[in-house]
Ligand binder design. Structure first.
Ligand code: NAD
Length: 541
């Protein structure tokens, strides 16, 4: 876009549609759901813009109806990884040197396609393959992904406008180059928007990408890839490689062209990848940028001045929306005895009132957990609570995997503040509560800060301002996203940049300039207009 300093339109968060009875979005979504249920598509790899079929197939099913096959997808291995690296490098020169405004235009167009004609395709795929209620799909696959694609170009324009000082006779400037090589984007099952952001944020900065979606979220990943193609993403810039973690991950990480990893998923997988990169470090062309957002054991800490009703709602929504499968889901709560006596039974009544079932029935608040191994792991934790003398099932505690992987919303009371359920990420609808003596608040805050290795999200509930200030200070490093009198989930792009520290990740804040900065390698350029022609300095005369 020559001869103009182009401005990216200041982004506004995409509004969430309601899907209330009689709304046009409700009938459009229902039509799209029925259409997807009636077909069984075949999903190829997409490498250099070409469809690739390996014949090594797996199926994408509905977690709430695991006998229903939505798609058959082909899986990548070492040979396809090699082909994808070659495609990414073939695309690299033109893409990395393309005007930043042109790259931005592709994402801005993708955002408009998603907000408009593609909205219900992405929502329906997310509901069916990831078992989200329609509203949970809407805030993720539609609204948040649109936000990533509108805010990131804007943040890039601000970032590259950051330029150094110049001095008389000298002009200094910074060039924001792409990384040499390719970026490996590895996405989790639980957010379609995160899956869309992981490859596109580095691509926006001029990088080419190998993208491995989660095996339990291939359907929404595939439609995201098709949408990006329609928006004008050139062949080879993003290469779509479904497959098993190791079959795809090992050959990618062994490749000397690896320039970065953009990962969201579990802590153990991230640490394994980092370890292998460390072992291979001498073999890469440059030092790979490693960005990872991982697990959490997100807390609510209630002070004796907390509003019991607000606390109860935050616990129910924070713990059980999307079946507790948000990295930010509330999973441990510290409540003083004085407050628990006012709201414990209301919490139990509300949890018992939660409707669980297929997301096709819009009355349901919760659907199924993602797969059998998640179901079995969760029921194992619930069994530990049943077997322990220091824990008690306060609500729920049942599960049924005969048709879908349904776990009832469960509240466990743990007298032991360091029980496994108080400390380990479960990633399912299990909320563990420790009731502390009001007089022992200091010890309770200390436990909240130290009981788990994570530092992702957390909230305090208090009406006493002095207590809010003190709790925020004591829990400064316990959460990268900290909430006061609100549930610790539901971060909005541009408003609460998201990420955690400690074992939760590198805290590079998805959907912010800080994240984009990781995908560029600056060149500092100094131009001297009238260069000296005498080597001797004045002090030498
Ligand atoms: P996961 O770690 O099982 O999988 C994530 C991705 O890594 C998948 O695509 C998987 O196939 C891939 N993978 C697995 N082994 C690999 C290997 N050896 N090499 C390369 N790739 C490999 O996580 P998940 O179950 O999909 O997602 C849930 C986890 O993600 C939870 O721990 C949750 O807290 C975390 N999460 C964190 C955030 C955040 O922003 N902090 C957001 C969403 C999810």
């Amino acid at each position: 876009m020559p001869n103009g300093v182009v401005q990216i339109p200041p982004p506004i968060n995409e509004p969430n549609l309601t899907y209330g009875p009689g709304t046009p979005e409700r009938s459009e979504l229902q039509n799209r759901l029925q259409g997807m249920l009636a077909e069984q598509i075949e999903i190829p790899l997409i490498i250099g813009g070409e469809e690739v079929r390996t014949g090594r197939t797996a199926t994408a099913v509905c977690p709430h109806d695991h006998g229903h096959v939505l798609a058959t997808y082909h899986q990548a291995g070492a040979e396809e990884v090699e082909r994808a690296v070659a495609a990414s490098q073939a695309a690299w020169h033109e893409w990395s040197e393309m005007d930043w405004e042109a790259r931005s235009a592709i994402l801005l167009k993708a955002a408009d396609l998603l907000a408009g004609p593609w909205r219900q395709t992405l929502n329906a795929a997310t509901m069916l393959n990831q078992s989200k209620s329609c509203f949970q799909a809407e805030i993720d696959a539609a609204a948040e992904m649109v936000d990533f694609w509108r805010f990131n170009p804007y943040f890039m324009s601000q970032l590259i406008a950051t330029q150094p000082e110049s001095s008389p006779g000298i002009w200094n400037y910074a060039e924001y180059r792409a990384l040499e090589g390719f970026v490996f984007a590895v996405s989790p099952f639980n957010f379609t928007s995160i899956a869309g952001n992981l490859p596109t944020a580095p691509a926006l900065m001029g990088n080419t990408v190998l993208w491995k979606p989660a095996s339990t979220a291939v359907l929404s990943g595939y439609y995201t890839m098709r949408l990006l193609e329609e928006a004008g993403m050139p062949p080879g810039v993003i290469n779509f490689l479904p497959g098993s973690g190791r079959q795809v991950g090992d050959p990618v990480i062994a490749n000397r062209k690896l320039a970065g990893v953009h990962f969201t998923g579990s802590t153990a997988v991230f640490q394994g990848m980092w370890r292998t990169i460390g072992e291979n470090i001498a073999s890469y062309g440059s030092y790979p940028r490693i960005v990872g957002e991982t697990g959490g054991k997100d807390f609510i800490f209630a002070h004796p001045s907390a509003d019991p009703a607000a606390l109860t709602t935050a616990m129910v929504r924070g713990a059980f929306e999307y079946q507790g499968q948000k990295c930010s889901a509330t999973s441990r709560v510290y409540v003083p005895k004085s407050i628990w006596s006012q709201m414990g039974s209301t919490l139990r009544d509300q949890v018992h009132s939660i409707a669980v079932g297929s997301p096709l029935d819009f009355k349901n608040f919760m659907a199924a957990v993602i797969d059998e191994s998640s179901f079995d792991k969760t029921m194992g934790y619930i069994q530990q609570a049943k077997d322990s003398s220091a824990m008690e099932i306060y609500a729920g505690g049942d599960g049924d995997k005969s048709k879908g992987y349904f776990v009832q919303p469960t509240v466990v009371l743990s007298e032991d503040p360091r029980s496994t359920l108080m400390c380990e990420e479960i990633f399912a609808p299990v909320l563990t509560v420790h009731v502390y003596e009001d007089s022992a608040i200091e010890e309770a805050v200390e436990l909240c800060d130290t009981a788990s290795p994570y530092g992702l999200t957390g909230a305090v509930f208090a009406q006493d301002r002095k207590a809010i200030v003190q709790l925020a200070a004591k829990l400064r490093h316990a959460a990268g996203n900290f909430y006061i009198n609100d549930k610790p989930s539901g971060a909005v792009v541009g408003q609460q940049p998201f990420g955690g520290s400690r074992a939760s990740g590198t805290n590079d804040k998805a959907g912010s300039a800080a994240n984009l900065l990781r995908w560029t390698s600056q060149r500092s350029i100094k131009e001297t207009f009238v260069p000296p022609t005498e080597y001797r300095y004045p002090h030498m005369s």
